[in-house]
Design a protein around this ligand. Structure first.
Ligand SMILES: Nc1nc2c(c(=O)[nH]1)N[C@H]1C(S)=C(S)[C@@H](COP(=O)(O)OP(=O)(O)OC[C@H]3O[C@@H](n4cnc5c(=O)[nH]c(N)nc54)[C@H](O)[C@@H]3O)O[C@H]1N2
Ligand SMILES: Nc1nc2c(c(=O)[nH]1)N[C@H]1C(S)=C(S)[C@@H](COP(=O)(O)OP(=O)(O)OC[C@H]3O[C@@H](n4cnc5c(=O)[nH]c(N)nc54)[C@H](O)[C@@H]3O)O[C@H]1N2
Ligand code: SF4
Ligand SMILES: [Mo]
Length: 899
């Protein structure tokens, strides 16, 4: 640690705001206001580990991008006026057009307390269920599958099961990048004992690199794969007949339906060989302790609920549920996706795992809330909701903690919807989002580090998020904003909250209300033990797993379903009957039409629409531009060259991305990250091209299975630049920029030559500023133009243009930006684009925590680092969070293959 560091003032135990692993973090605040973030060694989710995103949290705490005050129609306003206006518009809409003319669209990243208030206001006091959340895009299929199979939305597994298991199946989950700390836990378990890992993913992901068996399945082939598995288990004598008999229903029907999927049909639908199927089926059949983790590759599909159901079927058929090291494990994405489900924040739920359709539940909640009304029917689910907004039927919409213009399917239509809606409120921590630009009222929210409440992770563990710094400007917590509007709409006492602890107590009390079999309204979610928790105990609350009843932990339920009792009225789990095969292989047909399957997902170091992870230079150094990953065969067939820009298009829209040749891709499929918004790129919002195609049961859209055409763009100019100013790239065909030390790094390409003035605009320099700068330039023999701009003290920009994709050492150029300005003619050396002589360069960043680049790693490998440990020791890469170790391993393998 730095010996000059200011004194440690306090250490606050809190929880990482990113993924559903829910790692405990320590915020170490120093007397000079600086904050260091480390893993909490005592938190049972991570025991001190953090991934690259968690490790970089301190870099996202700056206030430069923050929204500091409410805005009404683009003008700064005070809270009173903004809240009054929101209350008035919602009241008027409800009075004139009825309760279903208003809606909330919220988020699995809200704290439970925020979520509880939003749900209460809409369902109990507006009397509508038009509250839906981005969890619809994320977890809805898993929720529906759990309810169908278990009678409640209940995740049976815990993280320890991942360590106890002898076989882990990752179905549609890239755990290594999306839940990295769990992958670290699995890796550690694999050091201690033999444990097999199977990855089912169309792409060879970082997780697949670690697997014993990777099944590069065709899009949506999972249903066939798991039906085939059920058949195999039945015919090879691996069923647990006793369990089926005693604790389940519907087995015969499910098996008969699955039997229609014979080997040939399964091979056709999955694109896998009989040999690959058998390898997987034999592993599954012979490992009692199997955990099947599933996430977006399963849920985000028009058959997502069925796909999840077929996985659960195989666990029920083998009795592998409710036992140590066994179970189907839906991995939640957002930090509080589970908490949102607990408060019933989806359009088809009530609070505390109660059902909207159940009149006893409605009565109970209404009387508990002392509410004037209670929603009687389901509200609009996200896709439908924005469709109705677009048709002008929603008169007031409040978007909180989510960025639908980037993250919803058919995103251009969602944007149109916001333009149509007469009154849009957006609560966010920044105004620099694609959704916030359409807000009539913009409300500044307190961010992570400032707000206070609880979140529930993937294993049903509730942890505290605690504040360790003051909110800047006038930012206020989300629950406060909602409660204020509730009060101003005349619901006074019901929204008179003075602290998150008070809300938590209410939520806990509701969860225990009449929650016994005798009272006839028993349900799985119960934390009533905390219904009287004091403010002080709430502050000190340690992470715990639900259920915890009034009378403390019920031992018989310490492992869910250990007693074989489920939540259907007959206490049995239900097998799901799946649809029979439907004819021809889609993939073949799509090839004929020269269409590509568009698959989308996440990168290791970015979080969703980048409003927070995009603030960290360190995180942005890994994969710094939007790309389309294309198989080597397709790359060749389309005659693409390294650095080419391509358009992806379909009936819904068009985007421009860098083409990236990747042998992790199969021919006919293209993968694009979901992260890029209009704030970071000119035209890379991939969700414009996603056909919603929602699952008919869950309403979850099919983010991973659209179709697109790909065309090479002929560019007249390509460029790379660094600038002290935020680039403005909307007028250029292809441009993307992320922060780097001291400024921004920018990639661009355009179909015609760009004038110097246009480039200056692109660099974020206005005419007045650029006129005062010194310019030094250089034209290469091939006609490439390069120039630098400086003021008397420092470099302001460096620009490298060419008629071809620019080949310069980007990471070296980015580093130049942090160094003192050379004098006089030496400045021209800056335009070489690479270091002089044999000065070492880093190369593209592989390890973002320690900032180690590919060339440094290659040099170490060439220099004799033969093992992963050696490479880590010599270069420092992978020594912090370990998220890049997969890539390090791959580089070692590649080097050895060539040796
Ligand atoms: N770094 C990072 N981590 C995150 C997030 C983030 O933004 N960045 N977001 C969090 C959130 S909210 C979520 S929901 C989770 C998501 O976590 P994951 O579900 O692991 O992430 P994705 O990359 O969306 O998708 C997983 C995989 O599904 C595969 N897939 C696509 N189609 C199919 C198919 O038909 N069948 C199968 N078997 N696989 C398919 C894709 O190729 C992809 O590799 O991550 C969480 N963690
Ligand atoms: N193509 C494609 N699209 C996808 C997916 C995919 O796999 N493929 N995955 C989908 C999934 S699973 C998810 S979860 C969604 C995620 O999509 P979004 O929820 O839209 O993404 P985020 O960037 O997390 O948006 C959170 C917003 O809340 C703001 N914010 C941060 N902190 C606070 C706070 O404390 N209060 C308030 N009020 N605001 C805050 C952030 O600045 C940001 O604007 O994307 C979905 N879209
Ligand atoms: S795995 Fe990483 S992103 Fe997820 S909670 Fe832990 S530190 Fe945060
Ligand atoms: Mo998600």
């Amino acid at each position: 640690m730095n010996s000059h560091a200011a004194a440690l003032e306090k250490t606050v135990h809190t929880t990482c705001p990113y993924c559903g692993v829910g790692c405990g973090v320590l915020a170490n605040v120093r007397s000079d206001g600086t904050v260091e973030i480390t893993g909490d060694p005592e938190h049972p989710a991570n025991y001190g580990r953090l991934c690259s995103k968690g490790s970089a949290l301190a870099q996202t705490l700056g206030t430069e991008e923050r929204l500091l005050t409410p805005h009404i129609y683009g003008r700064k306003a005070d809270w009173n006026d903004a809240l009054d206006l929101v209350a008035r518009n919602f009241s008027e809409a409800i009075d004139t057009h009825g309760p279903d003319s208003v809606a909330f669209y919220v988020s699995g990243q809200l704290l439970t307390e925020d979520y509880y208030v939003a749900n209460k206001l809409m369902k109990g006091f507006f009397g509508s269920a038009n509250i839906d959340t981005n969890s619809r895009l994320c977890m809805a299929s898993a929720v529906a599958a759990h309810k169908r199979a278990f009678g409640a939305d209940h995740v049976p597994c815990t993280y320890e099961d991942l360590e106890e298991a002898d076989l882990i199946v990752l179905a549609g989950s890239n755990l290594a990048w999306c839940h990295p700390v769990l992958m670290r836990r699995i890796e550690a378990a694999r050091q201690r004992k033999p444990q097999k890992l199977v990855v089912i993913d169309p792409r060879r992901t970082a997780s697949a690199e670690l697997a014993d068996l990777h099944l590069p399945i065709l899009p949506d082939g999972d249903r066939a794969l798991f039906c085939g598995l059920l058949n195999y288990l039945a015919t090879s004598g691996h069923l647990d007949s006793k369990f089926i008999e005693a604790h389940t229903s519907g087995f015969e029907i499910a098996l008969a339906a699955a039997a229609q999927w014979d080997d040939e049909k399964v091979c056709q639908a999955t694109g896998l060989t009989v040999h690959q199927l058998e390898a997987f089926y034999a592993l599954f059949a012979t490992h009692e302790k199997t955990v099947s983790v599933f996430s977006m590759g399963i849920n985000q599909s028009s058959i997502g609920t069925e796909k999840a159901g077929t996985i659960i079927n195989c666990h029920l058929a083998t009795g592998r549920i409710g036992k140590a090291g066994a179970g189907p494990f839906s991995m939640t994405g957002q930090p509080n996706a589970m908490g949102g489900r607990e408060v019933g924040g989806l359009a088809n739920m009530l609070a505390a795992h109660m059902d909207l359709q159940n009149s006893a539940h409605r009565k109970l909640v209404k009387s508990f809330w002392d509410a004037p009304k209670i929603a009687k029917k389901q509200g609009l689910k996200a896709v439908e909701l924005f469709e109705i907004v677009r048709k002008g039927k929603i008169k007031a919409l409040w978007i909180m903690h989510t960025n639908p213009v980037v993250s919803m399917p058919a995103a251009a239509k969602v944007e149109e919807a916001l333009q149509t809606c007469p009154f849009v409120v957006v609560s966010d921590i920044t105004s620099n989002t694609d959704s916030a630009r359409h807000a009539h009222v913009l409300l500044p929210a307190s961010a992570w580090g400032e707000k206070d409440g609880t979140v529930t992770n993937s294993e049903r563990r509730i942890s505290r998020q605690r504040p360790f710094m003051q909110a800047p400007g006038k930012a206020m917590p989300d629950y406060w904003q909602l409660a204020q509007v509730g009060q101003r709409m005349g619901f006074g006492g019901a929204f008179d909250y003075s602290s998150p602890a008070q809300i938590f107590r209410e939520h806990a009390a509701l969860s225990g209300k009449k929650n016994t079999a005798e009272e006839g309204i028993a349900r799985d979610f119960d934390i009533s033990c905390f219904e009287e928790i004091s403010g002080r105990d709430y502050n000190a609350l340690k992470p715990f797993q639900w259920p915890v009843h009034k009378f403390g932990h019920d031992k018989s339920r310490s492992r869910s379903f250990a007693d074989g009792q489920f939540f259907h009225s007959d206490k049995r789990a239900k097998f799901i009957e799946v649809a029979p095969p439907i004819g021809s292989a889609l993939a073949a047909r799509d090839r004929e039409r020269k269409q590509f399957y568009l698959n989308t997902g996440r990168l290791r170091d970015q979080w969703h629409t980048m409003t927070r992870s995009g603030l960290s230079e360190r995180l942005c150094a890994h994969l710094p531009e939007p790309f389309a990953a294309i198989s080597p065969d397709d790359f060749k067939e389309m005659n693409l060259q390294v650095g080419d820009v391509v358009t992806l298009s379909n009936g819904l829209g068009l985007v421009q991305l860098r083409a990236f040749e990747s042998d992790a891709q199969k021919p006919g499929e293209v993968f694009v990250p979901l992260h890029w918004s209009d704030q970071f790129a000119s035209n890379a919002r991939i969700d414009k091209l996603i056909k919603p195609d929602p699952d008919p049961i869950s309403g979850q859209p099919a983010f991973k299975h659209s179709h697109v055409q790909i065309k090479r763009c002929s560019g007249a100019v390509y460029g790379f630049a660094v600038s002290r100013h935020r680039p403005r790239f909307q007028t250029v065909d292809y441009a993307a920029a992320v922060p780097c030390a001291g400024g921004w790094r920018l990639e661009f390409a355009h179909h015609r030559h760009l004038k110097k003035q246009e480039i200056l605009h692109l660099l974020g320099l206005d005419e007045l500023v650029s006129a005062q700068l010194k310019c030094f330039s250089y034209t290469s023999a091939q006609g490439g133009e390069r120039f630098g701009l400086s003021n008397s003290r420092s470099l302001q920009a460096l620009v490298f243009c060419d008629a071809q994709p620019v080949k310069v050492q980007r990471d070296y150029i980015v580093e130049l930006f942090t160094q003192p300005l050379p004098c006089g003619s030496d400045r021209h050396l800056l335009l070489a684009g690479k270091p002089a002589g044999d000065q070492p360069v880093k190369g593209p960043i592989v390890c973002s925590c320690e900032s180690v680049g590919r060339y440094q790693l290659e040099a170490a490998i060439k220099g004799g680092a033969v093992s992963l440990e050696e490479l880590v020791r010599q270069t420092g890469a992978g020594s912090n969070c370990g998220s890049c170790r997969v890539e390090l391993g791959r580089m070692l393998d590649a080097q050895h293959q060539h040796a």
